[in-house]
Design a protein around this ligand. Structure first.
Ligand code: SF4
Ligand code: SF4
Length: 351
């Protein structure tokens, strides 16, 4: 690991030069001929507008193909109720947002399968986890490119490359594990008595009595199946857990994803909102657009991205939007695990 990592910068006003810039910085240098290359991206929740433009994904896919790789766009299913909690709806939303074979030049494959339970247990032997549950298509790809929209996040202060790698590549069981044994909050009043959650509850923690749901929290394994199966938003994840522990867990998952696997990361610092693209509405940007940053080192990349936003804000922007979250925990943990360095130099190529 170099003492100081290089982070490449493309100002947003030069966005049209993105393809040339990728060539110049060697963004596809890690890709070998006949690699299955996962382009990990967030397709945006239905109704969200902050996600990365499909046209940018197409340019990255073309670079992968030029290097001889076989790219596919991918993300793993969510554990909250929404339009991306199973592969059918997730792929449909991706298509509605413009991520199609025609527009991006590569297929969309939902990484953890139909119901978010197609994964591989990867040994990591770390503080929180001995094994992490990584989405199948991520684990079995040969090389990876992470395209991350850089913005705020209610667990990690900001969400960038590390969160896209760690949380974003976990199966639904993995995502639950990262949320630290979270049992869902249950709003019984919303129950319409359909029984779907009972059918899918692996912990046998749910039963119907007099047409409404009864929850036995002691039996709950936190698998998240009820959240996916319920048509009536009865179940909700409590988001207010200890965020430092959650950040460490996200980084341990990131370790399981990228250890021994060639990878490259690109952060898009535009439309910087308080919350992530999992929210259905178009949040207003809180700060002006900056540009695109890229590096083979996701730690340096996230540190540089966070610093650039703070510089533009004139203070700690992330503490400003989430005062109780120490966003640096994820960076310190990732550096300690050898995923990269927090020391970096910004290089702006002349185009
Ligand atoms: S999280 Fe899993 S075990 Fe717990 S109630 Fe929901 S389906 Fe049952
Ligand atoms: S799936 Fe939802 S609405 Fe149906 S029984 Fe379970 S809690 Fe009630």
């Amino acid at each position: 690991m170099s003492v100081q990592a290089t982070v490449h910068f493309l100002p947003l006003e030069k966005k049209k030069l993105f393809a040339r810039w990728l060539d110049g910085i060697g963004a596809a240098a890690h890709i070998k001929p006949r690699d299955y290359t996962a382009l990990k991206i967030h397709f945006g929740e239905k109704g969200n507008k902050g996600f990365i433009e499909p046209a940018m994904a197409r340019i990255v896919a073309e670079k992968v193909k030029a290097a001889g790789g076989w790219p596919f766009l991918t993300d793993a299913n969510t554990i909250y109720v929404g339009e991306r909690a199973d592969a059918v709806h997730h792929a449909t939303v991706a298509g509605e947002h413009g991520f199609t074979l025609e527009s991006c030049g590569c297929p969309v494959i939902i990484a953890d399968g139909l119901r978010g339970n197609s994964g591989v247990d990867v040994h990591v032997g770390l503080k929180h986890f001995s094994h992490v549950s990584i989405a199948n298509a991520i684990h079995y790809s040969d090389s990876l490119v992470f395209m991350s929209h850089f913005k705020g996040h209610e667990i990690s202060g900001f969400g960038g490359a590390l969160k896209n790698i760690g949380m974003g590549c976990g199966t639904r069981a993995g995502k639950y594990a990262m949320h630290d044994k979270l049992t869902p909050r249950v709003d019984v009043k919303q129950c319409i008595g359909c029984g779907q959650c009972v059918k899918w509850c692996g912990g046998h923690a749910l039963r119907l009595e007099n047409g409404t749901i009864v929850f036995d929290e002691k039996k709950c394994t936190g698998c998240g199946e009820c959240i996916l199966s319920c048509p009536s938003s009865v179940f909700e994840i409590p988001w207010d857990e200890n965020t430092s522990a959650a950040q460490e867990k996200i980084v341990e998952y990131a370790f399981g994803v990228i250890k021994n696997k060639p990878h490259f990361s690109i952060n898009f610092l535009n439309h910087i909102t308080k919350f992530c693209d999992c929210y259905a509405t178009k949040g207003s940007p809180l700060i002006g657009d900056i540009g695109i940053l890229a590096s083979p080192d996701p730690v340096a990349l996230d540190q540089a991205s966070a610093d650039m936003v703070n510089k533009k804000f004139g203070g700690d922007f992330w503490r400003h939007i989430f005062p109780s979250i120490d966003w640096a925990v994820q960076l310190a943990c990732a550096e300690e695990l050898g995923l990269g360095t927090r020391k970096y130099k910004i290089v702006e190529m002349q185009l």
